[in-house]
Design a protein around this ligand. Structure first.
Ligand SMILES: Nc1ncnc2c1ncn2[C@@H]1O[C@H](COP(=O)(O)OS(=O)(=O)O)[C@@H](OP(=O)(O)O)[C@H]1O
Ligand SMILES: Nc1ncnc2c1ncn2[C@@H]1O[C@H](COP(=O)(O)OP(=O)(O)O)[C@@H](O)[C@H]1O
Length: 197
């Protein structure tokens, strides 16, 4: 008896699951006590609950490690912002939502960070937390405005050091007229609109 000719079994195509997750950097710029950190953490909670990878690059933490030794001169603030922009872009290009609550008072520093992202094709959103200095100085979460008024601190952003307001941010938040969840929801809506969520 001759063996039946071998008929190859139909092959199932090798399926590769493509789950491309879009990362992005969301830079929250604004004065001390504007609400940058609070909004970033509220956003992080919501996004993590949806299963997204999120990192908050907090200004104070960064200054303790990555930017240890830097002060608040124009040059040092620029260096600080560029370092943070570099790390944020690395995270974002790998699918992370990098939330950056950092003052970044100078337009040219912010523009350089935006350009770095554009060059790499990584989404970048600038959110201006535009709380007026009068409100920030009453909030005074870290007591910096009081220190400045008492003559114990100089070079405070928005008081005796410049803050160059973003001319065309992707979003402008007036936190003095919003609850924290409302401010965070506005950023989420922007992320959805830009196809990041
Ligand atoms: N002179 C002066 N001006 C502004 N801010 C000051 C200053 N001294 C200390 N701090 C506190 O430093 C926190 C981190 O600053 P940043 O790294 O975000 O600033 S910058 O972008 O490099 O300008 C910043 O944090 P936030 O309050 O969360 O904005 C300030 O609380
Ligand atoms: N809509 C809002 N968004 C963010 N913070 C708000 C808002 N309304 C009131 N706040 C309060 O303002 C303060 C902002 O502090 P923080 O987030 O540390 O500011 P920053 O990081 O800009 O220095 C917090 O005490 C927060 O509860």
């Amino acid at each position: 008896m001759t063996a039946a000719p071998h008929t190859p079994r139909p092959t199932t195509p090798h399926t590769v699951q493509e789950t491309h997750v879009t990362g992005a950097t969301v830079w929250l710029t604004g004065l001390p006590s504007a609400g940058k950190t609070t909004i970033a953490h509220e956003l992080a909670r919501t996004l993590r609950a949806r299963g997204r990878a999120v990192e908050v690059l907090d200004g104070d933490e960064i200054r303790e490690f990555l930017s240890a030794g830097l002060g608040f001169s124009r040059e040092d603030r620029h260096t600080n912002v560029q370092r943070i922009g570099f790390v944020a872009e690395l995270l974002a290009r790998n699918g992370v939502l990098a939330l950056v609550p950092v003052i970044a008072p100078f337009a040219d520093s912010r523009d350089a960070v935006r350009k770095r992202h554009q060059t790499a094709g990584t989404p970048y959103l600038e959110v201006h937390v535009a709380t007026p200095v009068e409100v920030c100085s009453v909030r005074d979460v870290k007591g910096l405005y009081a220190k400045q008024a008492a003559g114990e601190l100089t070079g405070l952003t928005g008081v005796d050091d410049p803050y160059e307001e973003p001319e065309s941010p992707d979003l402008r938040l007036e936190s003095q007229h919003q609850t924290v969840p409302e401010s965070a929801a506005a950023v989420l809506a922007l992320l959805r609109e830009r196809g990041v969520l």
